[in-house]
Design a protein around this ligand. Sequence first.
Ligand code: AMP
Length: 407
Amino acid sequence: MRASSPQTVGILGAGQLGMMLAEAAHALGLRALTFAPEDDAPADRVANGRIRAGYDDNEALARFAAQIDVATLEFENIPVSALTRLAAQKLVFPGQQALFVAQHRLREKTFLAGHGFPLTPFLPVGAPDELPCAFATLGGDACILKTAAFGYDGKGQYPVSDAAQAEALMRSLSQATCVDRGPWVLERRVDFMAECSMIAARRVIPGQDACDITHFGLIENHHRAGILDWSMSPALSLADLEETAAKLTGDLMAALDYTGILCVELFVTRDRRLLINEIAPRVHNSGHLTREGFVDSQFACHLQAGCGLAFGPVVRRAPAAAMVNLLGDLWFAGANAAPQEPDWTALKAFPDAALTLYGKPEARSGRKMGHLVVTGEHPHACVAQALAAREALTATAATAASQSRCP
Ligand code: AMP
């Protein structure tokens, strides 16, 4: 049953996505309560409170349910059982089916292929000794092996380019010391010309058996070492593909009976076809630029969709926006052994760059610590500004380190 005008949104997870969801909740006049097991989490600085417990703690989940009006999630590795428990008492969006499908690559690809969505060819690999045969079946070159569960930001991925590599990988995955346990998915590497995402929100129209969908247009994404490096909106060079991407995303949301924000990550092939890489049943890193670039961000749209609030269409605040991620590596830019806080005053030379830090207690290589968003007239100019601002932060860190080494 749909709750009307909920006062408190429950958020499973308390990372940076939870933090930005909680901020958006406050801006919409809602309270935000999070639920997560870790010690010190980004959303703690913003949310009205947190139940600190494991996702399998049924007593804590019951206490959480008693204090919220609706529940949502900020990452897909929440056990489906936690959602099912909450759904018995409160509206949960998106529902268990979307989470169940999206948290396991093999299930996701099987679901997508079964519903006719375009994907790169793939095969399941249940055990390491199945790898050589699967590799040969997929053509015997240019493949990637990915763990089916708990893989993100390029983690748990292995390129496989020839039969010898497939055999060697099979041997190393078979060893008792290997932490990566199957099952895996082997997929053909896509020789893409671009990567992009379609972030859309869907809501059930109250009192009607119909749905509304709104979307942010195609966002172009660039990855480095499997991690999102920067995003740009609008994706001008992909404008001709936007309608197809929106239709595909709408069809997928209908197939999943979806409420809230869904992100569909896409490859654009050299002959301009769209292939789905993966889906995220939540707000997404590539949509951070919607906070400064649009009147209602992806975070606001997600809550509006799930909480029965005024919804869509999305409206731009500025013609263009770009985001660059700030990884923990920036804290080590000076090549000192100890991490060093970047000199944020360097950003004063970039008045169009908005900084968001997640307040994570420890910087680590590859860890997302914050991001910069630049809005402006042209997407490429926004990207150039955002990259220059990040470069200035890197340069000041290097200078500070060399000065600290001077006698
Ligand atoms: P994923 O964690 O699966 O989203 O992968 C992270 C990044 O690795 C993607 O955004 C791509 O840049 C790259 N990647 C993953 N799968 C493939 C593929 N089949 N072909 C080419 N690049 C890929």
